[in-house]
Design a binder for this molecule. Structure first.
Ligand SMILES: *Cc1c(COP(=O)(O)O)cnc(C)c1O
Length: 515
């Protein structure tokens, strides 16, 4: 079937799939290739005859094999797919450590301004002064909020930022004749990306045990430090939702031993505008714009993980960065001296920069501090409301931006943390983070963020209380068979991860291959 240029079908389709099924939610949305057919195009285009001689022998010899669909058919396919997902726009998403906060629509509006959205990375600097100014302002805000000397905007995720920060540390140590330092200290509660980053750069990872209160013991760090240690990678607030009380002593001990302090700043949402990590002695820290500064994330979308650097590491910042030149702002693209080269193509995730700066400017400094305090308040509210029904591992001190429970309240019920999380899906919530951090048995890590109202929190807590009571009342079946109301039931997650089917084959080819 083809479409005319008003989007109406012309001609008769051969599509084997009825676009209306009588069911609002279609659990088995077929692939585009199964809905459409390759004989037709979605648009009416006049036949083109291109002389083969001008293609130098590269003319296509096989059919293009693209599924032809009308505009409404294609649109409905994607809208139906989108409705199979839980999203921050469809319900609460209390996924701990991920800071799934609301993405204000104002940010989207700004990012779509043609002056930001339609420019090309190869345009002459004189034609993109506004975009460069935006990058400069964002850098200024990030350095001010963290009290640091430099920032590299370009890393595309937190993990990418970790890699860059640790590369800068490595470069600084090699420049100082300290390249023999091969050990990186990582507390047990760390996010998996921390040891993975260190190992990726060839370091040996040495774990620092957690204290019984969930924080890092400065004495354990001192005992682990030696002339072989390159750095510590410490998360603050940590992944148990606790502010590390000895962070300054730890920084001093690390520096005395000639090592660097890499801070995992993924939890900056809890302290932005309240604590400046530079004052705590950090040397490098990534900031997840897609967490703290509300740019969209999840689903593999573009993230951005700028890294702030201390005075000692600033000379090793990568290119490009914005500088004031004789003719206005310019993007410095070639590394000089000890600087690292590039870590991404062009200037990084421009759309995320626009969204993050919009978030900052619309809040103001005081508004960001308020958002952090509200995030902390919301987490403490959940922790306090659920403490009677759940088990709280580090209950003595208030939490920061996330509430952590363990699975001891489920002992003897036949319900695991996984089952409990799956049951939450049936109640319309995205599950909390499970089994992380590893220092807590059967961990449930809940992060409400500042963008949830008290009403939503109350509803969430009521559902959590009801589920806990039901589990304790012996109704394990509701949990072990969950989710019952989602488009998909329990998946074999190991198989899905280990042997994913990534290539669609035509049924007849599959048959042929089987013969
Ligand atoms: C999210 C997160 C990371 C990694 O960030 P990505 O942007 O997902 O790569 C690292 N550490 C902690 C504590 C995190 O929560």
């Amino acid at each position: 079937m083809s479409m005319n240029n008003q989007g109406r079908p012309t001609g008769i389709g051969t599509s084997s799939f009825a676009s209306s099924t009588g069911s609002a939610l279609l659990p088995n949305e077929p692939l585009l290739f199964e809905i459409g057919d390759t004989e037709h195009s979605g648009v009416d285009l006049p036949d083109v005859t291109i002389s083969g001689s001008r293609l130098g022998g590269f003319e296509r010899r096989m059919p293009l094999d693209l599924a032809g669909l009308t505009e409404p058919e294609a649109m409905r396919h994607y809208v139906r797919l989108s409705r199979l997902n839980h999203s921050i726009d469809s319900g609460m998403y209390p996924l701990g450590s991920c800071t799934m906060k609301h993405n204000p629509r104002l940010n989207e509006k700004m990012a779509r301004l043609p002056g930001f959205a339609d420019i090309h990375p190869l345009q002459p600097a004189s034609t993109v002064q506004g975009a460069l100014e935006l990058m400069e302002q964002l850098s200024h805000w990030l350095m001010t909020l963290t009290n640091t000397a430099a920032v590299a905007l370009t890393p595309k995720a937190g993990a990418h930022g970790e890699l860059l920060g640790m590369m800068a540390i490595k470069a600084a140590q090699e420049a100082a004749g300290q390249g023999h330092r091969r050990i990186v200290l990582v507390p047990e509660s760390a996010h998996g990306t921390n040891p993975a980053t260190a190992a990726f750069l060839g370091y040996t990872v040495k774990a620092i045990p957690a204290r019984s209160d969930g924080t890092v013991d400065v004495q354990a760090v001192r005992d682990a430090l030696s002339p072989e240690v390159a750095a510590i990678m410490l998360t603050n607030p940590n992944t148990c939702g606790l502010f590390e009380p000895d962070v300054i002593e730890i920084a001093e001990a690390v520096h005395e031993a000639g090592a660097f302090f890499y801070c995992d700043g993924a939890n900056f949402n809890a302290i932005m505008g309240v604590v400046r990590p530079g004052d705590l002695g950090i040397d490098a820290m990534h900031i997840n714009l897609h967490k703290t500064f509300s740019t969209p994330h999840g689903g593999g979308g573009p993230g951005a993980g700028p890294v702030v650097l201390s005075q000692a590491l600033a000379p090793f910042a990568p290119v490009p960065f914005v500088r004031k030149g004789a003719k206005g702002l310019e993007l410095v693209e070639h590394a000089q001296g000890e600087a690292l080269g590039r870590i991404t193509a062009f200037q990084g995730q421009m759309g995320m920069y626009v969204r993050a700066l919009t978030y900052m400017l619309s809040h103001g400094g005081d508004g960001l501090a308020q958002a952090a305090q509200d995030a902390v308040l919301n987490a403490n509210y959940i922790k306090a409301r659920l403490a009677h029904a759940f088990s709280v591992p580090f209950g003595d001190c208030p939490t920061m931006h996330e509430a952590l429970f363990d699975d001891s309240f489920l002992a003897g019920t036949g319900v695991t943390t996984l089952d409990f999380a799956k049951a939450l899906i049936d109640e319309g919530f995205h599950p909390m983070t499970m089994y992380f951090p590893l220092v807590v048995h059967g961990a449930m890590l809940i992060e409400p963020t500042e963008s949830e109202s008290k009403q939503t929190l109350d509803h969430f807590c009521a559902v959590m209380e009801e589920l806990a009571a039901d589990a304790k009342a012996g109704n394990a079946e509701r949990f072990t068979s969950a989710p019952l109301k989602a488009p998909r039931r329990r998946l074999d997650e190991t198989r899905a991860a280990r042997s994913p089917i990534l290539k669609w084959e035509r049924p007849e080819e599959t048959l042929k291959a089987a013969e």
